[in-house]
Design a protein around this ligand. Structure first.
Ligand code: GDG
Length: 465
């Protein structure tokens, strides 16, 4: 059987120090069977990195990584990927800082990755690249002589042509994505936006899910990501009894817990959410002293200016809300920038009466699915979910809100607090059924099956191997 090679910006080598709380490692866990390779950046900066990847074997999986220079990392990761592409794809044109030299750096790192991977690739390998860091990767790997199957999945949203055109190299990016054999998006809306871009910017022909361009055909489809719902539900049930979770439970003294869990990122709508919680206490003073809001938001990408500014803003907002509403023995908003262990997180969701997931724009949002999976069937909490999270396409029984409207979020939180048990159960049964069905395993299987359905036309060896 052909080997699967996963490519992503960061490689989560087991037990690596400083592993981040990102969703990718969790989502792809099922693919990490013996024989698989995972290739990408080591997370290390060095002055003169070798293109020969460093190899670590763990449980039959090969982790192949390369270092980057500080300068390459700055242009590729801080500058172009997170300073230009991320804001663009999250509809934040005002935060998009495009610099041509960053784009050149982005291409250079993709080229270095392609050269490096080609040196360890076999001709019949199947390559699956992940996310906006690797848009030009397929074209550059093809230039190295690789003719095997190449798939790409975008974890974040895509933009319609009118928005994407603000990016000076939009055409190049769309053309580069067309060099893959299969391109997956979180929702049909994002897939359609991409097909529209290919049609409008490149004159590609679109037939259903297929794009025809320069004599090639590629498939562009929606493959919503999920979680390992069964094991997460078990983890939540187990962890609800953990010491730390019990300490939090005890500290509630019978009050309801509203919980939010997000990387500290401006796409997650945290200031609006804090504002909404303040509004809830103003508009519905009957909930005062009866609710605690816990926001867990591990710090993220602090090398990018906007993320540092967000932290300052959240500190200010949390101080204002607590200053205005707290009592000597009640602090309404608790907010922690520490990363919680996964088991603790699962237990905290389970004791949550409301899960507040209100990103301004999000590819999917796994927290919404985790919150649902963690609930008890007898006394389930209520999910308040942004209409602009990909998850809202599936989780329609949540209380769906416009995340730009703090009053609407406050009203939904009020509704969640007063919702009768029978309605909470009814919504939960429907949501849980979906989360249990659209798992990470189903997501991976759909993508790999679609990729392997593509015939390998040419069998030329990898030139650089
Ligand atoms: C991108 C897309 C898409 C968070 N804090 C802690 C912690 N987390 C975990 C959550 C969840 C994951 O991180 C975050 O996943 P999200 O989906 O919510 O968001 P992104 O990181 O922005 O992920 C997103 C995703 O890719 C997958 O395709 O859904 O739209 O933006 O699993 O639980 N985990 C632990 N401690 C924390 O403090 N252990």
């Amino acid at each position: 059987m052909a080997r699967l090679v996963i490519v992503s910006n960061r490689v989560p080598i087991p037990k690596a120090r400083g592993a981040t709380a990102g969703g990718l490692a969790v989502a792809l866990r099922d693919l990490l069977t013996p024989g698989t390779m995972w290739f990408g950046w080591s997370g290390r900066l060095s002055a003169d990195p070798s293109l020969q990847p460093a190899i670590v074997e763990a449980r039959g999986v090969t982790y192949a990584t390369v270092d980057l220079t500080a300068e390459a990392h700055r242009g590729f990761y801080v500058g172009f990927a997170n300073g230009a592409l991320w804001p663009l794809l999250h509809f934040r044109l005002g935060l998009m800082h495009f610099r041509r030299e960053d784009y050149e750096g982005y291409l250079a790192v993709n080229r270095a990755f392609a050269t490096s991977l080609a040196s360890v690739l076999q001709p019949d390998d199947t390559v699956w690249a992940h996310d906006y860091h690797l848009i030009p990767f397929a074209r550059l790997l093809r230039e190295q002589g690789f003719n095997g199957r190449l798939g790409f999945f975008l974890h974040v949203p895509f933009a319609p042509p009118s928005m994407l055109e603000a990016m000076p190299v939009a055409r190049e990016l769309v053309a580069d994505l067309c060099a893959y054999d299969l391109v997956g998006f979180q929702t049909e809306e994002h897939a359609r936006d991409f097909r529209d871009c290919a049609q409008r910017m490149l004159g590609a022909a679109v037939e259903g899910e297929w794009i025809r361009l320069n004599g090639r055909r590629l498939r562009v489809f929606a493959d919503p990501i999920g979680i390992d719902a069964q094991s997460f539900a078990q983890e939540a049930e187990r962890s609800a009894g953990d010491k730390l979770v019990q300490r939090v439970f005890g500290s509630l003294s019978g009050r309801a817990l509203a919980i939010g869990v997000d990387r500290m990122d401006y796409s997650k709508g945290l200031p609006h959410r804090f504002e909404a919680f303040g509004r809830l206490l103003e508009k519905h003073p009957e909930h005062k002293r009866k609710i605690h809001f816990l926001q867990i938001c591990p710090r993220s990408r602090e090398e990018v200016d906007e993320y540092r500014k967000l932290r300052v803003e959240l500190d200010r907002l949390a101080g204002r809300i607590n200053g205005r509403h707290s009592d000597f023995d009640w602090t309404p908003l608790r907010y922690s920038t520490r990363t919680a262990p996964r088991a603790t997180l699962a237990g905290l969701y389970r004791i949550g009466r409301i899960g507040v997931v209100t990103p301004l724009r999000d590819g999917m949002n796994l927290v919404a699915k985790e919150f649902v999976a963690a609930q008890s069937d007898e006394d389930p909490g209520v999910l308040v979910l942004s209409q602009f999270a990909g998850a809202a396409q599936e989780l329609t029984e949540a209380l769906i809100v416009n995340p730009f409207d703090p009053d609407a979020i406050a009203d939904a939180m009020n509704m969640a607090l007063i919702m009768p048990l029978s309605e909470r159960k009814e919504r939960h049964v429907a949501l849980k059924e979906k989360v249990m069905r659209t798992t990470a395993e189903a997501y991976c299987r759909r993508f790999i099956d679609a990729l392997e359905a593509r015939p390998v036309a040419r069998t030329a060896a990898v030139a650089a191997a």
